[in-house]
Design a protein around this ligand. Structure first.
Ligand code: G3P
Ligand code: CA
Length: 267
């Protein structure tokens, strides 16, 4: 019989910096993560894929433009990926209080992120498209162990893992049951999970992540009734942030961690 899912603290409202503080810097760059830390986010969120040479990299899409042709991440080496210009992924101005060093905005590997931030931040890591990357779970878990990130030192877990792929989460739960897992739901689905489905999820995961537009008071009650936490994405507008807090969700993915922090402070 499989172990109980890890516990998430009930009293904390988690600010999860979606792709870093991605309203203020190119997403998934060290700069975006640095800003999230400055803005006192509880977690930096990473979307993880694996390159042709087995490097885990933090980037949202499975494909990349910007070289001679569009290529899948799994067909490109990390060294090639490092050369892809990132300025175009960000519409706003780069904050003036940071130097415009290429290394701060280029695509980075998880090892670079872990060696940069060590255990001084908390990581909320999404395993993207795991069916395209056989063994990605083992590679990620090895890195987390090697960097000493599986021992919680603060009030919240140092690492939370998330995926849309239930099989990948179940595999992680077997390999390393101490890590809290979040089952993601796609906006494209547009059907919220039933009580029966939530009960199944609660056998391996500690919570679910779902599009903010699908969150209602009834749904929050349903999720909490199954002892699961609820982290809606991606909550950026003031009205939506207030609505989520008032509905009693357990945290939000947001591009604007400073705004969420400000609203929480004022409540
Ligand atoms: O991981 C939660 C949320 O980030 C899922 O959407 O597409 O931004 O990874 P996406
Ligand atoms: Ca994500």
């Amino acid at each position: 019989c499989s172990p109980q899912p890890a516990k998430l603290p009930d009293d904390d409202f988690l600010i999860i910096a979606h792709r870093g503080a991605s309203a203020y810097a190119p997403e998934h760059s060290l700069l975006a993560y640095e800003l999230a830390v400055k803005m006192r986010a509880d977690y930096i969120e990473l979307d993880v894929h694996m390159t042709k040479d087995g490097e885990l990299v933090s980037i949202h899409d499975s494909f990349i433009d910007g070289l001679d042709s569009k290529k899948a991440i799994k067909d490109i080496t990390f060294n090639e990926l490092k050369l892809v210009p990132r300025e175009s992924t960000f519409k706003g101005p780069i904050p003036v209080f940071f130097p415009s060093e290429t290394d701060l905005i280029r695509i980075v590997s998880t090892e670079e992120i872990f060696s940069h931030f060590r255990d001084e931040v908390n990581y909320y890591i999404e395993i993207k498209s795991p069916q395209s990357y056989p063994g990605i779970e083992e590679v990620l878990l090895k890195q987390l162990r090697d960097y000493g990130l599986l021992f919680d030192k603060g009030t919240v877990p140092q690492v939370i893992l998330q995926s849309f792929d239930a099989d990948s989460l179940k595999k992680v739960h077997k390999l390393e049951p101490s890590i809290p897992l979040i089952q993601l739901y796609s906006v494209k689905n547009e059907t919220i999970p039933t009580k029966r489905k939530l009960r199944k999820i609660a056998t391996y995961a500690s919570g679910i992540g779902i599009n903010e537009n699908l969150v209602t008071a009834e749904f929050v009650k349903l999720v909490h009734g199954e002892k699961l936490h609820l982290h809606p994405y991606t909550v950026n507008e003031e009205e939506a942030i207030r609505r989520m807090i008032e509905l009693g969700v357990d945290g939000v993915f947001t591009d604007v961690p400073d705004k969420v922090e400000g609203i929480l402070e004022g409540m």
